[in-house]
Design a binder for this molecule. Sequence first.
Ligand code: CBY
Length: 434
Amino acid sequence: MKQSHQLSLMGLLLFSLIPSQLCEICEVSEENYIRLKPLLNTMNQSKYTRGTSSSVNVLLSLQLVGIQNQNLKQKLIQQIGDIVKRRLSQVSSGELALIILALGACRNPDKNLIYDYHLIDKLENKFQAEIENMEAHNGNPLTNYYQLSLDVLALCLFNGNYSTTKVVNYFTPENKNYYFGSQFSVDTGAMAVLALTCVKRSLINGQVKTDESNLKNISIYIKSLVEKILSEKKENGLIGNTFSTGEAMQALFVSSDYYHENDWNCQQTLNTVLTEISQGAFRTPTAAAQVLPALMGKTFLDVNKDSSCVSAAGNFSISTQEPITVTTPGSQSSISVNYSVRINETYFANVTVPNGSVFLGVMEKAQKMNDTIFGFTMEESSWGPYITSVQGLWASNNDRTYWELLSGGKPLSQGVGSYVVHDGENLEVRWSKY
Ligand code: CBY
């Protein structure tokens, strides 16, 4: 091959590997901000007494979009401050990453907490522990790849130490941790795209040095993950399901060099999410917090833009009106459902609960009826209660086992604390592998 030819081929190759950093963003227009109000009401009216993650998710979201609700922000920062001072050892790697993102998102005094309490060093250690667990337990991290992606993202944005080669080794798109069973996890893939994009940008800027092949591989991974995310796009524009769409949008905003304009109709996705908001789909604070940034054209990569976190949206008021409670109309005051626990055998019960009850109400009633068969334990997560054991059989991240929730044989897309059950429904908790 002639040298000039070789040169132009090289140029072409470089051009395709180091795409411009332009972003395709569609966002809610100012006159439509009113349609976001239910999200803000949910975040504002929450009690934030349980767990850590929902307050962290909400603070990060408010900081990113520049909402000026000082009362709420102060309350959240104080809570997070308490966690940082008192019980950091109990916090998972991804939760710590979120804390760093939330505290670091704005030019404000709370940012100092990150450095005063050495949060970056501590995150490096927690990330290392995730990797060691993978090495000891068949590639299974202590938590999951959604959290590992958050770890890499926070380390990358706040100049922590991480090995680019390890990132390249562990984040290959074929890795089983992107999947639950045969289902690609859009939430996980989206968070990985954000993390890998940050790593790619710091390699290109020369902030981090590495060999060419790592940069090339990271670009290849982003492209492949973006394809997987887009292949989960539904006819109505949602990507994955209602709750993963916001994060998928963020991933697609930062990776527009890797797909064609016609591959994604952002406006359609945005409109469907707005409709879902009006139907009350985002009634938990974490759900509201995770969808809001994308709707306002923001991504987690904007965290280190060092802005003062004030925006046009900042002033729109938040009412104190109570959220509409979920009660289905009708005269029936109680309903009956079929509930079963499936391990190898299936154990049935017919359970009567008040109309409007959530899945957890059914489980509690069944437990009262027969504690040996229907006894269970749970822990608080950012999304509400998570079932950890039934009949004394415990879910395990090392074994990739969990208690799956189903209705009519189909997996639910909400947890036990938010799924409202219907009369005559066949509910099941099933011992499963992911
Ligand atoms: N967050 C995390 O660490 C969680 C990451 C996440 C990918 C998460 C979804 C996405 C997100 N945005 O937070 C996730 N789920 C994971 C990793 C998991 C696994 C947890 C174990 C582990 N290795 O960490 C696992 C076991 C596969 C899982 N989720 C199970 C379940 C079911 C829980 C049932 C129970 N035992 O209580 C359930 C209810 C699915 C089912 N049918 O059984 C489930 N998850 C759901 C529905 C969800 C969505 C919640 C939506 C909602 N409105 O409540 C979810 C947003 C989420 C939380 N899971 Co998981 C995904 C979705 O539908 N888009 C970081 C941390 C700092 O907060």
